[in-house]
Design a protein around this ligand. Structure first.
Ligand code: CTP
Length: 377
């Protein structure tokens, strides 16, 4: 249909970005398709809608020069090929009409700049100016232009790089990773909603620890979630050490991810020890303690949710509840109901008891945070 529409209004069109990438990687059913028209994307969208039997409504975003319609259970987005230049303090570029090459140049990663021709004379031809296919094969995240420019232009791309590396189990090219380290402070111009959208995607990946260790390595995590990075490190007094609670946490998150796809249970795993940094104390007789970290942690969950614009509804309360209760893992997992405190805990957990047990199980099955740290580094 897009081919027919393009021929009728005599413009070139291409399918570009995530659809092409995921098609080559055979990554399941597509949810959206991005179409680039050399000319007016809005006009092409209207023509496509006219041809489609169900005559879908075209949503036009005049300010962005884009249009969207729904067909075959997908969102099809149309944009005119463009050239972009950025100013220092904004993610909003200055936009001019451009060629397909200009449009590929403005893309975030080589694997997201792949385009397939949709006109009759070039149907299905792959346009891959930055060797994106090679990067797909060697599992590399790389920017088409100098990474310092790509990341500084749109700092959200630093998180996208880490998110794609986590979802696809790819490696971020060395220069790119270093550029993220150099540009990390610019993440401050990105809205919290955009940031959490990427964090959710990292959290829902098979091994979320990959994303969090990259966020840690690039020091982005120190800016986005200092509460978490405060858990890092091992103190030693009089020969007594405690475990590294940051790397322990990442191990718990991976363990939980093996058992559940529930986003909020995964968040609870990430935050389950968050109160341990501010409550850490050393006592001559008993060694390291974290008394009251559950209560402090639950309060910190509220502040963190508020700051990251995560929903302050029943999801937040659920995470708080699990954080508050997750410090009795062995007794909970063993369901040792002879202990009255545990009986109370089980009673309080109510219908969340299964989730609490899963979290506790994930907590006690961590083996060696230090080895985990070495693995990631
Ligand atoms: N894009 C970009 N820079 C961004 C966001 C998007 O260059 N900050 C480009 C990329 O070419 C990307 C395309 O726009 O492939 C579509 O973006 P989006 O829908 O956000 O991502 P997808 O690549 O489709 O992947 P996913 O659906 O998994 O988010």
């Amino acid at each position: 249909v897009i081919t027919q529409a393009s021929e009728e209004i005599k413009l070139e069109s291409y399918v570009i970005g995530g659809f092409v990438r995921d098609h080559i990687l055979q990554r399941g059913e597509p949810k959206d398709i991005d179409i680039v028209a050399v000319g007016s994307g809005i006009e092409l969208a209207k023509k496509v809608a006219e041809i489609l039997p169900h005559k879908p409504k075209v949503q036009v975003f005049k300010n962005y020069g884009t249009a969207m319609l729904r067909a075959y259970d997908m969102e099809i987005e149309f944009v005119g090929a463009r050239k972009e230049s950025y100013q220092k303090d904004s993610r909003k570029p200055i936009v001019e009409d451009g060629s397909l090459e200009d449009d590929q140049n403005r893309r975030d990663f080589t694997i997201n700049a792949l385009a397939l021709g949709l006109n009759e004379d070039n149907f299905g031809n792959l346009l891959d100016p930055f060797d994106g296919i090679e990067d797909l094969n060697s599992k590399i995240i790389r920017t088409p232009l100098d990474p310092d420019i790509t990341y500084s232009d749109d700092p959200l791309r630093m998180l996208r790089a880490i998110r794609f590396a986590t979802q696809l189990n790819f490696k971020i090219e060395k220069e790119s990773l270093e550029a993220i380290g150099r540009n990390k402070k610019r993440i401050k111009i990105i809205s919290k909603e955009r940031i959490t959208e990427e964090l959710h995607k990292i959290m829902l990946a098979e091994k979320p620890s990959k994303g969090f260790s990259l966020l840690h390595k690039t020091r982005l995590l120190h800016i986005i979630m200092p509460e978490l990075t405060a858990l890092e490190g091992i103190d030693e007094i009089e020969g007594q050490k405690h475990k590294d609670n940051f790397w322990h946490t990442l191990e718990v998150v991976d363990n939980i991810a093996e058992n559940t796809d529930d986003l909020w249970l995964r968040w609870a795993a990430l935050l389950h020890d968050i109160g341990k940094a501010p409550t850490k104390k050393f006592h001559k007789k008993i060694g390291w303690t974290f008394h009251g970290h559950e209560f402090v942690g639950a309060k910190m969950v509220f502040k963190l949710f508020k700051r990251l614009r995560l929903p302050l509804n029943d999801k937040m309360k659920y995470v708080q509840k699990l954080v508050l209760m997750s410090s009795r893992p062995i007794a909970i997992v063993d369901n040792d109901v002879t202990d009255s405190a545990v009986r109370r805990l089980i009673f309080d957990a109510g219908e969340d008891i299964e989730d609490l047990m899963t979290l506790c199980e994930a907590d006690i099955t961590t083996k060696n945070p230090n080895r985990f740290k070495k693995y990631h580094n």
